[in-house]
Design a protein. Structure first.
Length: 157
């Protein structure tokens, strides 16, 4: 039986999912930082009200993951708070979500996406490279980041 993967815009009632999905991976590999608590509990204030966007991915109408595009500077969005429920990993859900976020950034007028991650998250780094993200020097606000990547949207299909 084929699964149906869908992408939906974040609504306020998705906040508990947004927080739970992200806390799960942050707490597994790292530790929650003060900025994490604020953003995860108040994504409308920290991401949407500042010109960003949040997408949710569903599998057969069940929320399976999320990603945020945080406005960074004119034309530049930070790809952040991407998380896929463990039950749905390895099923192209993260890739579908990332592709939707790239299209959303373009629709918002973006010309570049940046992201901060950690090389311990090997599947995520592989996905970002597959999507065309290139490694650049790290300058991020997160203690847990040891890699920064960016995607030039003007050269991306």
């Amino acid at each position: 039986m084929m699964e149906t993967i869908g992408i939906i815009e974040y609504k306020q009632e998705h906040q508990p999912w947004f927080e739970r999905l992200n806390r799960t991976w942050i707490e597994r590999y790292f530790k929650m930082e003060p900025i994490d608590f604020d953003v995860l509990q108040h994504p409308e204030t920290h991401i949407i009200a500042k010109g960003g966007s949040i997408l949710m991915v569903t599998v057969d109408d069940v929320i399976a993951g999320t990603v945020a595009l945080k406005y960074s500077a004119p034309g530049i969005y930070e790809f952040t708070k991407m998380a896929v429920d463990e039950k749905y990993r390895g099923r192209k859900v993260g890739e579908a979500l990332a592709q939707a976020a790239i299209q959303k950034a373009k629709a918002l007028g973006g010309w570049k996406i940046i992201l901060y991650s950690n090389t311990v998250l090997e599947p995520a780094i592989r996905l970002y490279r597959k999507l065309g993200f290139q490694e650049v020097p790290v300058d991020g606000p997160y203690e847990r980041s040891n890699i920064k990547m960016e995607l030039n949207l003007s050269t991306h299909d």
